[in-house]
Write a protein that binds this ligand. Structure first.
Ligand SMILES: [Zn+2]
Length: 132
């Protein structure tokens, strides 16, 4: 699932919690140069080096812009345990909810306070590295 980001029309997060402003990215180890699994293709090495460096720079820029806009950014590596990653996201979303209490009539309804939960349930489990 790709979600457009506020003010960044050409960029996408994997999961977005709009109410608490948390954006989750699942980064492929190859495409985003994971420190554990980064590799550089031999063929067209210079081209790849430039392309991958551009990806990393764009990630950093995306994070900065989102944080400036008040969002929290979570980046999950493709190699990470998806359940542990989900726990991290849930903890963050829960924390953000407590500092930004819900207002309005939906506050006391479970469906209202849990509105974001189905998004996580639908969240795709990180698999093999997809091009981003
Ligand atoms: Zn990795």
């Amino acid at each position: 699932m790709d979600h457009p980001l506020p003010g960044l029309p050409r960029r996408r997060a994997d999961v977005v919690f709009t109410r608490v402003q948390v954006a989750v990215f699942v980064d492929g180890c190859f495409w985003h140069m994971c420190p554990l699994h980064r590799t550089m293709p031999q063929r067209n090495g210079a081209w790849w080096a430039q392309k991958l460096a551009r990806n990393v720079a764009r990630d950093k820029d995306t994070d900065e812009r989102l944080r400036e806009a008040g969002w929290e950014v979570v980046r999950v590596w493709e190699h990470e345990d998806p359940f542990e990653a989900a726990d991290r996201v849930v903890a963050l979303v829960t924390a953000r909810r407590s500092i930004r209490p819900l207002r309005g009539p939906s506050r006391d309804r479970v469906s209202g306070t849990m509105r974001d939960a189905p998004v996580l349930a639908e969240h795709r489990v990180p698999t093999t590295g997809g091009a981003v």
